[in-house]
Design a protein around this ligand. Structure first.
Ligand SMILES: NC(=O)C1=CN([C@@H]2O[C@H](COP(=O)(O)OP(=O)(O)OC[C@H]3O[C@@H](n4cnc5c(N)ncnc54)[C@H](OP(=O)(O)O)[C@@H]3O)[C@@H](O)[C@H]2O)[C@@H](O)CC1
Ligand SMILES: Nc1ncnc2c1ncn2[C@@H]1O[C@H](COP(=O)(O)OP(=O)(O)O)[C@@H](O)[C@H]1O
Ligand SMILES: [K+]
Length: 518
């Protein structure tokens, strides 16, 4: 599913008219109908449409037009519709226009009795700060929502006042329970503060021909897309079919990282997991990770070439190598990494394990000038904002604002890597600038060890032959899907998840992609 900027959306609409005769009126009629259909199908688990009290706030442009079409569809199905025309200060209640002098009072009544209030004030055409009377109207709605938890707020296309490119919001904007966006999700939905205003996201089909969207470079990760990326699992198979993963992870202060990453690689289906660890660490893993195999490395104070050689000697036949989670930072470890990278660069493409570098793998590298020139082709790197800042030599990287998108795009091209910039809406960019953004997930993931799980999942997909950018994409989506499953199954909210809770939910998240709604 493509993500658009405002100018891309306008261009799509212009071309739809010019090349396919899809006029603005036709698109608006499709938009209103599809918003009504999604509303009825997905937003009404308990209510019936018949007798449902729905108040539409209608703006002066096409967003208001969408609202009017949607309202007429819902009215035909038996909903009790009121329309408030903001510009005209006109209220029409179930087909009866009320006298203007009592509008304020009757509007208050309508707000108080509504089951749903639909924001069809402004969409992508918002061109300046919201006027005071529009802010005041939205503030009344917000107060009523705070007073009455069963009132539901739904935006058409986008919440009024949200900047659909950047995610900035007007001080008058209010958070929605659901946004039914039209044709494509807008770029600003994925960045803060906008992300907090969207609520659940529904995407309505307005009948744009798919060919029009072929130029768009940015996608939202969806379950249906990820389902197509998952590796085949033929009946006629054995563990050799699904690839081996080697992990250079974990050290005395951070032993759990190798367990979490290795288990996650197995949970997405890799055939065999090998942890490259020192003898000192072996007893820890042997008792906690029964399924792993081991490559024994010299202790950390041994010469770096001995440590690197012990790993390199065992790498043949491995399809994926993960370097970094819990590895620790030292000049000796940095040397080991450099020697392993040199070895990988010397291998032909067909026999070179795919490389993922995370966490301390990145921290060790970031101390070097032009570290990216040392990477083999098609490496996946997975920094969180702190690590990204170090890789960019001290640049401050935001956790969720729009600037991170441009940064990720610039750096993936400059570094020629598959860059996965973590955060609450993780961004993935491939070396050519193709971009995917993750909408899903919840703040329960903001706990130590979840990044190790993600890195392990990527390497597990790589071992099964999934291409690097797709492996990273599938892992990001499924990681958040697994977190949502933990929340549902353990009945927890936004806190209290352990990274290890994700593990048994990963295979379920794979299966669930087959029935994903989008
Ligand atoms: N075009 C298409 O083919 C399709 C479009 N679609 C739908 O249309 C939406 C875009 O429609 P749009 O361009 O008419 O913009 P919209 O958001 O309704 O606002 C413009 C109006 O608001 C006014 N206005 C602006 N800023 C304001 C402010 N701060 N405060 C107050 N007023 C302000 C502005 O007035 P003006 O600036 O001229 O004074 C103008 O009257 C899009 O989000 C989607 O819902 C879909 O149906 C699919 C097909
Ligand atoms: N608020 C949030 N919403 C969704 N996902 C989140 C949120 N906070 C963190 N995450 C995800 O959790 C993971 C944390 O990774 P990371 O910071 O590397 O943790 P660690 O190194 O401790 O394992 C990333 O995949 C990130 O995208
Ligand atoms: K709107």
């Amino acid at each position: 599913m493509h993500i658009v900027t405002i100018s891309e959306m306008k261009e799509l609409e212009t071309r739809a008219d010019k090349e396919y005769g899809l006029t603005s009126e036709i698109l608006m009629s499709n938009a209103g109908r599809s918003a009504a259909e999604l509303f009825e199908a997905n937003l009404l688990p308990t209510h019936k449409l018949k007798g449902l009290k729905v108040l539409f706030l209608i703006g002066p442009g096409n967003n208001g037009g969408d609202g009017l079409v949607m309202a007429s569809h819902l009215e035909k199905e038996g909903a009790l519709i009121s329309l408030y025309y903001w510009k005209e200060h006109k209220l029409v209640v179930q087909g009866t226009r009320r006298p203007d002098e009592v509008v304020d009072e009757t509007l208050a009544e309508q707000i108080q009795r509504a089951d749903y209030i639909i924001d069809a004030l402004l969409g992508t055409g918002r061109s300046r700060p919201l006027p005071d009377d529009m802010r005041a109207l939205l503030a009344r709605v917000k107060d009523e929502r705070a007073r009455r938890a069963d009132l539901r707020l739904v935006a058409i296309d986008l919440p009024t006042g949200l900047n659909a490119d950047t995610g900035e919001v007007d001080p008058g904007s209010i958070a929605m329970d659901t946004t039914i966006t039209l044709a494509c999700p807008k770029q600003g939905f994925f960045f803060f503060p906008g992300r907090d205003y969207i609520g659940d996201l529904e995407v309505g089909d307005i009948g744009l021909p798919a060919a029009l969207e072929s130029q768009l470079q940015t996608d939202m990760l969806t379950g249906q897309q990820v389902h197509k990326l998952l590796p085949e699992r033929p009946l006629n198979s054995n563990k050799g079919t699904f690839g081996k993963v080697m992990l250079l992870c974990g050290s005395l202060p951070y032993p759990g990282s190798a367990y979490l990453a290795g288990s996650s690689a197995a949970r997405v289906g890799a055939g065999l997991i090998t942890l490259a660890v020192t003898e000192k660490m072996l007893s820890f893993y042997a008792s906690s990770f029964h399924e792993a195999t081991f490559t024994i490395l010299p202790e950390e104070n041994a010469e770096s070439y001995e440590r690197a050689k012990a790993l390199i000697d065992k790498l043949e036949g491995y399809k994926a190598l993960l370097i970094g989670p819990g590895l620790g930072q030292s000049s000796n470890t940095r040397e080991v990494i450099l020697q392993v990278l040199e070895h990988l660069r010397s291998l032909p493409d067909e026999t070179r394990p795919h490389l993922v570098i995370d966490a301390d793998g990145l921290n060790n590298l970031s101390a070097l000038e032009r570290w990216w020139t040392l990477l083999p082709k098609d490496t996946v790197i997975t920094p969180h904002p702190g690590e990204m800042g170090r890789l960019c030599k001290g640049v401050k990287v935001s956790g969720g604002n729009i600037e991170r998108l441009e940064l990720a795009r610039t750096k993936a091209r400059e570094w020629q890597v598959n860059l996965l910039l973590k955060g609450s809406c993780t961004i993935l960019v491939d070396p050519e600038g193709r971009t995917r953004i993750n909408w899903w997930g919840n703040p329960a993931l903001a706990t130590a060890g979840t990044g190790d799980v993600l890195a392990g999942m990527i390497s597990g997909f790589l071992a099964q032959g999934v291409q690097p950018f797709d492996a990273a994409s599938a892992a990001v989506y499924l990681h958040t899907a697994a977190a949502d499953l933990v929340n549902q199954n353990m009945h927890i909210g936004r806190a209290g998840l352990l990274a290890s809770d994700l593990l048994p939910n990963i295979p379920i998240s794979l299966v669930d992609t087959a029935h994903a709604k989008m």
